[in-house]
Design a binder for this molecule. Structure first.
Ligand code: ADP
Ligand code: ZN
Length: 727
């Protein structure tokens, strides 16, 4: 046996398991595999799909290994993608196989799509000509292949006409390639006329894409400034190069408007990628992305793990959005990983936001990102005038949550025939129910959280584990009837209050637990855009990115809600959310206003929103982070230890802490019981690891985990690099 075939007889294969490294498999005679190939391999009693990995398996006797069962007829995963998997794995401290698993989530796509049966003219003339037959032949004489239904449809005839012609030998049956999931976008389809400011930003983006090298552009433009129009020009440039483009959006299921706008600009839709896709569609998109036929994907964070053949640009819209963070199995931030993907692939990345993350602003300030500012709204649209309502001075009426000042504004808006939005980031009717006689509070049996009343459904629901129970008539503790009190508002309760004030108004209340799921949500959002509602009451679902032409008033029911939760990003998050939600008003030039109901009108966040001086807020917040060494000036990691019993969780968390090596650059805080100390029956403890910017956080954590005892029994350890949640 020659040197070479000896080496190829054993290959490493990354399989979708928590193993720390690829496994070795033998290559059967006559089979040839290259790195990146997708293969079927035995694993224990089953067979799984894996990826042939880079590197060599020296010194292993192939006879002692199990052989690869099949090499799929599928484009191999590009080297950039393999490096990306390794990178994400090392950064997030997740086993590489678990990252690979995110790539391999469309199993039926590893086999080619079946060919489609089609028809082609043979040159034989039909026995007699009818109008219908002539229409068919006029089309089919282009000599290309047609599907039966496509031809019948285009010619406006029934399929019997086609079948009759086929029976006479006018058509022959041929095999056509599988249909593309979306038509090809045309970069020149409808070029918009950009304003001077937009054109300048678009030009710099075009140049960045033309450079075919890694660069990060921060497109920082106020709500309604036309960021989408501008980054579409970057997409057009990448399409002109013949490359693929990925547009990440934080909540794809809600971005019908985005898809429609993309269609208006490029004459075709992008392929969608998100958890709501039908399985068959998922597989076709995956396959066609791998083959390069799909040119543009608009997707949720998991689209980063699609097997692009020639990715040339990533746009992350609303880059500050917390929904980019995945906190399940592999904890990663898709915005940050998009930048990594660009750097590995050697192409530019565009981050767009009206309220960029502090991290991105600092990166721009330090020259690592190019910042492109769009400080004014498109056309004559002015930003809404924002006012704080001091709730201590203008409190709501008894039993209500809306200040008379806000109610008056809603009334005026109604009278003008315009739309109002009331924003409250809380689903359901009331966040807490208690007994007025004995003080009993309804708590989730599996979690350390209160049950939220959903009055419409007559249920008390846990928002952490999904537990639900019927709302009883009597207190389960003291037995008293009719003395349960709902404390605090959710959007259902605000809807009830609005109904008391404005019984005639058309009201739409929207949150993620709307019956009828995403489809219904899309319809409702469309109805709002079409002006079919007078008053909209909603959670953050309505705050994000939507364009509601007739909306001129936004009222924030509880502007203080996000400020008090001990999260180092509380001020930033509140600023972003309040800017976004008030930014829904006045997008088509009508005079518009925003009102913030607050008990802290002097808080810097409220001041920043009211004055419109975002810059002052950013400078202050950046300075604050610098002083406290918080990200991006320092590094953070969370370690969450959970177990079926409190003592197991606590003792393992303590053992981890003891296993941490002393370090000048890194400090371990805790363990402390997590604020959400019990979730779905599991007790939780947290360690917070804080390091200097230059600290080798991953190495430190890896050493700590290795030195600690292995988690046993029900104990689970989860590392969260760059945590966003501290619950
Ligand atoms: P942003 O994403 O910055 O909030 P959008 O891209 O949604 O802003 O633009 C706001 C509105 O202005 C949209 O309806 C968009 O179609 C319109 N618009 C922006 N720029 C232009 C332009 N150059 N020509 C025509 N319409 C534009
Ligand atoms: Zn629960």
């Amino acid at each position: 046996m020659s040197e070479d075939s000896q080496r190829n007889a054993v290959v490493p294969v990354l399989v979708p398991t928590p193993a720390e490294r690829p496994y070795s498999y033998s290559v059967p005679d006559g089979l040839s595999v290259e790195p990146g190939a997708i293969v079927r391999v035995p694993l224990g009693p089953r067979e799984v799909a894996g990826i042939v990995w880079d590197g060599e398996c020296d010194g292993i006797d192939p006879k002692k290994l199990r052989p690869i069962a099949e090499v799929f007829d599928c484009p191999p995963l590009r080297p950039e993608m393999r490096r990306f998997i390794d990178w994400v794995s090392a950064y997030t401290l997740s086993p590489p196989g678990m990252v690979a698993r995110m790539v391999l989530r469309a199993p039926a796509a590893f086999d080619p799509e079946p060919l489609v049966e089609g028809l082609r003219v043979t040159g034989t003339t039909p026995d007699r000509m009818t109008d219908a037959r002539r229409r068919v032949l006029d089309l089919a004489n282009d000599g290309l292949g047609w599907t039966r239904s496509g031809l019948a449809h285009a010619a406006g005839v029934s399929s019997t006409v086609i079948e009759g012609l086929r029976a006479q030998g006018v058509f022959e049956t041929i095999q056509l390639p599988p249909r593309p999931v979306v038509a090809a976008p045309d970069a020149d389809y409808a070029r918009p006329e950009l304003t001077v400011g937009q054109e300048e930003a678009a030009n710099r983006l075009r140049l960045s894409v033309a450079g075919k090298a890694f660069a990060v552009n921060l497109l920082d433009g106020v709500t309604g400034s036309g960021k989408t129009e501008v980054y579409f020009e970057a997409i057009a440039e990448a399409l002109g190069q013949g490359r693929q483009v990925l547009v990440l959006v934080p909540e794809i299921a809600l971005t019908q408007q985005f898809l429609a706008r993309f269609h208006d600009r490029f004459g075709a839709r992008p392929a969608e990628w998100h958890s709501d896709l039908a399985p068959r569609m998922r597989e076709r998109v995956w396959r066609q992305v791998a083959e390069g036929g799909v040119r543009v994907v608009a997707g949720a964070r998991s689209a980063l793990f699609l097997p692009f053949r020639d990715l040339g640009l990533i746009v992350a819209d609303e880059e500050h959005d917390p929904a980019y963070k995945q906190e399940d199995r592999v904890f990663y931030n898709a915005r940050d990983m998009a930048v990594v993907r660009g750097s590995i692939g050697g192409f530019p990345v565009v981050l767009a936001s009206a309220t960029p993350s502090i991290e991105s602003r600092v990166n721009a300030g330090q020259g690592r990102y190019q910042r492109l500012a769009l400080p004014a709204r498109y056309a004559d649209a002015a930003l809404p005038a924002i006012h704080a309502i001091d709730m201590r001075r203008s409190p709501p009426a008894r039993g209500g949550f809306l200040s008379p000042l806000l109610v008056e504004q809603i009334e005026k808006t109604l009278a003008r025939g315009e739309q109002s939005l009331l924003f409250l980031n809380r689903r359901g009717y009331a966040p807490l129910t208690l007994c007025r006689v004995c003080g009993h509070r309804f708590q989730c049996p599996n979690c350390s959280s209160w049950l939220v009343e959903h009055r419409f459904r007559g249920q008390l629901v846990c928002h952490h584990c999904g537990h639900s129970e019927a709302r009883p008539e009597a207190c389960p503790e003291c037995g008293t009837f009719d003395h349960l009190a709902a404390c605090g508002p959710g959007i259902e309760r605000i809807a009830e209050e609005i109904d008391r004030h404005f019984p005639e108004a058309r009201v739409i209340a929207l949150s993620s637990d709307l019956m009828g799921g995403v489809k219904r949500l899309r319809l409702e959002l469309e109805a709002i855009s079409n002006g079919e509602a007078d008053i909209v009451i909603g959670t953050q679902l309505v705050a994000k990115g939507h364009h509601f032409p007739n909306m001129t008033l936004v009222g924030v029911v509880d502007a203080d809600l996000g400020l008090a939760n001990g999260d180092p990003r509380a001020a930033e998050r509140t600023f972003q959310l309040l800017s976004q939600v008030t930014g829904r008003a006045g997008r088509t030039g009508k005079r518009s206003q925003g009102f913030l109901q607050t008990y802290q009108p002097d808080h810097p966040v409220m001041q920043a929103i009211v004055s419109g001086d975002a810059e002052a807020f950013y400078q202050r917040e950046i300075e604050e982070r610098r002083k406290t060494g918080l990200p991006p000036f320092g590094r953070l990691a969370g370690v969450i230890v959970s177990a079926a019993s409190r003592s197991e969780a606590e003792s393992h968390a303590r053992a981890l802490r003891r296993a941490a090596a002393p370090s000048k650059a890194i400090e371990v805080l805790g363990p402390a019981e997590a604020p959400l100390s019990l979730v779905a029956g599991r007790y939780r403890f947290r360690l917070l690891v804080q390091g200097e910017r230059a600290a080798e956080m991953q190495g430190f954590l890896r050493a700590m985990l290795a030195a600690a005892p292995r988690p046993r029994g029900s104990v689970r350890v989860q590392v969260d690099i760059d945590p966003q949640s501290f619950l």
